[in-house]
Design a protein around this ligand. Structure first.
Ligand code: ADP
Ligand code: MG
Ligand code: ZN
Length: 372
């Protein structure tokens, strides 16, 4: 799997989380590492990767020598060396002083009691023992309470990193004892750049337009995009075409959606319905098609409110797509766009239960055009 092979090994390899990484690196370099962190954010945005790099940095022989040397200046960005025996243990996944716990499958008080006992033992090889508790929001109330006591007074050789995709569910008492870092969804433009790098190093030939679709399929998660890319390559081999992406991932190319929207704008009911069926027959998932249609109308709405505001989305949309949307916006009035958005959003409710997958979209077309 590409997402395992390309797991970032140093801070600079992470994309889209610059702000948080700068803060973290700054604190590490002046030896002010906190004893508990909370990493919150969507899946596949780098929480586990950053946690492992952090654990590596506080233990890396070279890194710590540099920190203690007093040579570092503000603005330097120090990285773990990835050469010493500690770094190499971390990179091989065999660092025994990094203890990873999946709270989703170890939710109870007993697990936390075990953890509390083991916390008191000194690290085996490293300076710090690092406990990474993933999906921490899944812990039971009792388990949280037990954890709280340890978080209040952890032994000096211990660092806790709690990670969660749902920080709302983490009690405030836990939050107030940790340093909070919020991970963001990753922008498509950044994902595409990373996919280009991966494709190059894997000798995969793939047009950028196809990578754009793969990035979109990640919905903000780099891991999902990379895992879709792996899936695709295992199917197509080293040459990936745009239509491969469409077929394997059940996705819709931008131009296809644009043509469909053009039918709506020209009030061509039959044509529009043909597009839906053509998409269905060529393997496009109807929920993906619906998502692309709603995305398109949303962009039209933004363009309509003020064409200049489209520029703010330049990270989500390539330039030529933006131009096309600006052109389309001229042919729609704002009322029809909001109407279309409501109708297509509504169609989404019926997608899972409809015995005929295309039907909810066909109905939406009819309803929309009849209202025009
Ligand atoms: N910010 C990022 N920059 C670069 N790659 C990333 C990033 N986030 C995730 N990835 C890719 O996805 C994989 C899984 O990321 P991970 O750190 O486990 O995400 P999380 O813990 O937030 O679910 C990584 O191995 C890497 O290939
Ligand atoms: Mg993770
Ligand atoms: Zn090292």
């Amino acid at each position: 799997m590409l997402y395992r092979k390309y797991r970032p090994k140093k801070f600079s390899e992470l994309i889209g989380q610059e702000h948080l990484i700068k803060t973290l690196q700054g604190a590490l370099m002046v030896n002010q590492v906190a004893h508990a962190y909370l990493f919150a954010g969507p899946r596949g945005t780098g929480k586990t990767s950053v946690a492992r790099i952090l654990a590596k940095a506080v233990n890396c022989v070279d890194y710590q020598l540099e920190v203690e040397s007093g040579r570092l200046k503000v603005g330097d960005s120090l990285e773990p060396c990835n050469k010493c025996h500690i770094c190499s243990d971390f990179n091989h996944g065999s660092a025994i002083d990094l203890i990873e716990i999946d709270a989703a499958s170890n939710r109870g008080i007993d697990e936390i009691r075990n953890l509390k006992e083991s916390v008191n033992f000194a690290p085996n090889i490293c300076k710090y023992k690092v406990y990474l508790i993933d999906e921490v929001h899944m812990l039971t109330k009792e388990a949280f309470n037990a954890l709280l006591k340890t978080l209040e007074e952890p032994p000096a050789h211990v660092i806790f990193i709690l990670a969660t995709t749902d920080s709302e569910k983490v009690p405030d008492t836990i939050k107030s004892r940790t340093q909070f870092f919020r991970f963001k969804h990753i922008l498509n433009s950044l994902m595409v750049q990373r996919l280009i790098t991966i494709a190059k190093s894997e000798n995969i030939k793939v047009p950028e337009e196809a990578l754009n679709l793969i990035a979109q399929s990640g919905n903000g998660s780099m891991r999902d995009a990379e895992s879709n890319f792996s899936k695709l390559v295992s199917f197509t081999g080293q040459n990936v075409s745009l239509s491969d992406v469409q077929e394997v991932l059940g996705l819709v190319p931008f131009n296809f959606v644009a043509e469909f929207i053009a039918c709506l704008s020209a009030k061509k009911k039959n044509e529009a319905i043909k597009y839906i069926n053509h998409a269905y027959e060529s393997g496009v998932e109807m929920d993906q098609f619906l998502k692309s249609i709603t995305d398109f109308f949303r962009m039209l709405l933004i363009a309509k409110m003020s064409p200049a505001s489209l520029v703010a989305y330049k990270n989500e949309l390539p330039g030529e797509h933006m131009q096309l949307i600006a052109n389309y916006a001229v042919n729609f009035d704002p009322m029809s766009i909001t109407k279309a958005l409501r109708i297509f959003l509504n169609a989404g409710q019926y997608l899972r239960t409809s015995p005929i997958p295309q039907l909810p979209l066909e109905l939406a077309v009819v309803e929309f055009l009849d209202s025009q």
